[in-house]
Design a protein around this ligand. Structure first.
Ligand SMILES: [Zn+2]
Length: 444
């Protein structure tokens, strides 16, 4: 299929520092970008993420965003629950509707446009102070950190909590009802994988230890208990078994330590662990159903627009199953998927191979009418060669488009490599045309 959409993300501070026209002109002319979206609700993360400093920002060397702020003008009517979106307190950002700024710039160029709800939707400090009851808990009752660990000092809202669901649905309704967007995208963090690293890039984790460690993840909050019991699950049996596995994962106590050592020295596999622990598996399936339900809610929220707005999930994990995400069942609720594997940033052929297999994994999970958008890491850790080969991988995996991450850390050489790759691997229909009548005959 042709790579008809080439998307790129922008942050509010990119627009403030460089100007929307400059950003979009660079992206369109160098990388054939025809779709631009604002990371409209962005978590706390130093920018640029990988390089120490921005390669082309004329105003600042780097930027430390506030946590989980909305960069549009939220409509209070869409937030009937106790949680409301926070906006920026920074002088150079506050008071401006940055989503509208981007939409105006994109539409003036005939581009598609959208908005992303990024990994976290709640300021961590505010969540801990005001909404601890909506945060994910591990089986020991401790609040999970944002990536699932216990020491992250953050909080991860539970997808089964009604207040979180009300807030999440409100965010999507707000965007589709009040803004001229073609798609709403999210890479929302799902269930905490505990000390098991779900990874953002790299190969699939085939170790049994990885799955044992998921037992230290979430969630065991009161909302999960209520939901599970409404589904007829034996929550007591689940918590007993998961606590036992989590104790082995953490080597917590002499008995657990001894049992873990036996496991380490035995030739067990993932299948051993899963076949042996029925209640653990019941909990994993429960998380999967919970994720699927939330995807269904978001889809309904986007339908409220009464027009065609794509719900696009943006994957963020090398091992998404550890967070409760089963591609095939969850993606029944989406219109498109941005496969956010950035293994091209390893700068190696092996990395490109991981990316290709991840794209294949998504494609096999999608219906024929659902779009696959392949992310490209246009940042310095990637090379022009791995980017061109990543375009090849996207073509081979039946992708419908590309999506660049992220403009702020991109170099011009890497942006050029996107257009070079599309040309080299004949990614769009313009390369599939008959030769002119006066062209030399082929094969004579
Ligand atoms: Zn929960």
């Amino acid at each position: 299929m042709p790579l008809d959409e080439i998307a790129a993300s922008l942050y509010a501070w990119d627009l403030a520092d460089e100007g929307v026209d400059h950003c979009l002109d660079v992206l369109a002319s160098r990388s054939r970008v025809n779709s631009a979206y604002l990371v409209g609700l962005m978590h706390e993360e130093k920018r640029p993420l990988h390089a120490r400093f921005y390669p082309h920002n004329p105003v600042r060397r780097m930027y430390m965003p506030e946590d989980s702020r909305a960069y549009w003008k939220p409509d209070p009517a869409q937030y009937p629950g106790e949680i409301k979106p926070l906006t920026s307190d920074r002088d150079f950002l506050k008071g401006t509707d940055w989503l509208q700024v981007l939409i105006d710039g994109a539409r003036a160029r005939g581009m598609r446009t959208g908005c992303e709800i990024s990994h976290t939707i709640l300021d961590a400090a505010v969540a801990r102070a005001e909404f601890p009851h909506v945060l994910q808990r591990d089986v020991f009752g401790e609040i999970l950190g944002v990536w699932g660990g216990r020491t992250g000092g953050r909080g991860l809202p539970c997808l089964n909590h009604p207040e979180v669901q009300t807030y999440l649905v409100g965010l999507f309704r707000d965007l589709v009802l009040n803004y001229d967007v073609d798609y709403v995208q999210t890479c929302l963090i799902l269930f905490g994988p505990g000390t098991s690293d779900a990874g953002t890039l790299g190969p699939v984790d085939e170790s049994w230890v990885g799955w044992l460690n998921v037992a230290t993840g979430g969630c065991f909050c009161s909302a999960c208990k209520a939901q599970a019991e409404s589904e007829g699950l034996d929550w007591g049996a689940i918590t007993d078994e998961v606590r036992h596995l989590a104790s082995m994962a953490r080597m917590d106590g002499l008995a657990a330590q001894h049992e873990r050592q036996l496991l380490d020295e035995a030739n067990v596999a993932q299948s051993t662990l899963l076949l042996e622990n029925d209640a653990f598996v019941a909990w994993l399936q429960f998380r999967k159903r919970s994720v699927n339900r939330v995807f269904g809610m978001v889809r309904e929220a986007t339908r409220a627009a009464g027009r065609d707005v794509e719900f696009r999930y943006n994957t963020y994990m090398a091992n998404p199953e550890k967070a409760g995400l089963d591609f095939r069942s969850a993606f029944a609720h989406v219109d498109s998927v941005r496969e956010s594997d950035y293994s091209d940033q390893r700068g190696t052929l092996e990395g490109v191979g991981w990316k290709r297999s991840k794209l294949m994994k998504v494609r096999r999970s999608l219906r024929e009418d659902q779009k696959l958008i392949a992310a490209l890491g246009v940042r310095p850790n990637a090379t022009p060669e791995t980017l061109r080969l990543s375009v090849k991988a996207a073509v081979e995996a039946g992708a419908d488009g590309l999506s660049l991450g992220h403009y702020d850390g991109a170099t011009m050489e890497r942006l050029d490599a996107v257009a070079d790759g599309v040309r080299e691997w004949e990614g769009t229909a313009e390369f599939w045309q008959p030769l002119d009548a006066d062209s030399p005959a082929v094969g004579v």
